[in-house]
Design a protein around this ligand. Structure first.
Ligand code: LLP
Length: 431
């Protein structure tokens, strides 16, 4: 449950009035709740306690240094997908030996760096990649810990761009080929040490069934690999969905009582524990969105309004460069005025300043009739929000803030125009 709610007519994050943050830092700004993140982490640990389970936070969801530092302090591990993410973990005080390194396109330089830093394991996606890691480990005189991502061919029933576990996707190795690939590793790749097995079927899953189906399908293989190769872990990936539509109300227990169909950490854990426990393996879980998604609101200011023949538009100072989810995945984010309204709802499109028709945060949305100058909060913005931001249309990156009780601090300064162009050169300038 998150910590965003109206208090005395003003939207708060924990005990801090969001209007104060907007006034002090400007907009757009991403505001994270430390309490929400810590509580959700605690819930994962509590619910998964019957298993020898470990959290590997999927860094791509939100990779701000302060958030990674917070996770590292809690002793969680990390699911990374680039040398850059590994560098960030180390820079934030995290432990490389708690990192699993996934991704279909690891470069040789990244593989070398990860081996030198002593990561826990590479989660590999092809035989080619395994052979490359084997060669580099040989050159460095070490043994590389590896797991392979198995693609169980289970439909996750989520948006097509974030479905990963069917054989139409570029991810993993087909379940029909995984056993022969492990045999090839054991026989032909002397610088690799088979340490585990990995899978991930997709993101923003709103039901537990696909998780259960994938685990049931792959469990016999995990058991066999434990027998044959002595694997120590099985990473079952991330993907647990969060509340987008209904987000504000879901800050209260009553909402959860009225929505028993909503996936929870508990329903997820209770469904998978009986399937995993008998294996006696270390289980890694790689949540990204579920740990940070509902823990953040992006504040934005209404700039203008325009009433057309067909629609009413509210123009805001945040664009698809700040949050691309609505444009890219038809993502739905609730938007609320920071100062509470009552009884003046209209239907409007909430659109950004970018020169693209896809630059909207909401379409045909029932929303308070906010006026220019008012601050709005776009909820569920913590996962794949800032981490997917760009400077498209030459818009500097937004600021980020972390709230802790009655206190708050800036965890990313707003980018300046100078910073935005500082690496650009005229021909002839020293590269
Ligand atoms: N593990 C692996 C191997 C992954 O590829 C991902 C996400 C995760 C874990 C974490 O999944 P999560 O628990 O966050 O669902 N940008 C998209 C989501 C892309 C997810 C990519 N992989 C969005 O905004 O919906």
């Amino acid at each position: 449950m998150h910590s965003f709610s109206y208090k005395n007519g003003s939207l708060h994050c924990e005990e801090v009035n969001l209007a104060d943050i907007a006034a002090a830092v400007g907009t757009p700004v991403f505001v994270y709740s430390k309490k929400t993140i810590l509580e959700d982490l605690e819930e994962f640990r509590r619910e998964l306690a019957p298993l020898n389970a470990h959290i590997a936070y999927a860094v791509k969801a939100c990779s701000n240094k302060a958030i990674l530092h917070l996770m590292a302090q809690q002793g969680v591990g990390f699911d990374i997908v680039s040398g850059g993410e590994l560098w960030r973990i180390i820079n934030a005080g995290g432990d490389p030996s708690l990192c699993t390194y996934a991704g279909v396109g690891k470069t040789e330089a990244e593989i070398r760096y990860a081996l030198q830093q002593g990561i826990y394991c590479f989660n590999c996606e092809s035989e080619n990649e395994l052979r490359t890691i084997d060669r580099i480990a040989g050159e460095l005189g070490c043994k590389a810990p590896v797991a392979v991502r198995v693609n169980p061919n289970v439909d996750a029933h989520t948006h097509k761009y974030i479905t990963t576990g069917t054989n139409e996707n570029k991810f993993g190795v087909d379940i029909s080929r995984i056993e022969s690939l492990y045999a090839t590793i054991a026989a032909e790749m002397p610088n690799l040490c088979i340490k585990g097995l990995q899978m991930h079927i997709g993101s923003q899953l709103t039901e537990v069934k696909p998780f259960v189906m994938a685990i049931e399908k792959v469990a016999p293989i995990a058991a066999k690999f434990k027998e044959l190769y002595g694997i120590e872990f099985w990473s079952i990936g991330g993907g647990i969905g969060i509340v987008y539509d209904g987000c504000l109300a879901s800050g209260k227990p009553e909402w959860w009582a009225a929505h028993p169909e909503q996936i929870t950490i508990r329903s997820y854990a209770q469904a998978i524990i009986p399937l995993l426990k008998p294996l006696g393996l270390r289980i890694l879980v790689e949540p990204g969105r579920r740990l940070v998604g509902n823990a953040c609101a992006m504040l934005t200011t209404c700039l203008y309004e325009k009433k057309g023949e067909a629609k009413t538009f509210k123009m805001i100072d945040a664009g698809m460069n700040d949050i691309i989810r609505p444009a890219l995945y038809e993502g739905y984010h609730e938007i609320w005025p920071v100062t509470e309204h009552s009884g003046d709802e209209i239907t409007a499109d909430i659109v950004g300043p970018i020169c693209e028709s896809g630059d909207f945060q909401a379409q045909n949305r029932r929303i308070a009739d906010v006026k220019p100058g008012e601050v709005l909060a776009e909820l569920s913005a913590g996962a794949y929000g800032f981490s997917m931001a760009s400077t498209y249309n030459s818009r500097p990156l937004a600021a980020e803030v972390l709230v802790d009780g009655t206190q708050w601090c800036v965890i990313r300064r707003r980018q300046t125009l100078e910073q935005m162009v500082e690496d650009e050169l005229l021909p002839g300038e020293q590269a």
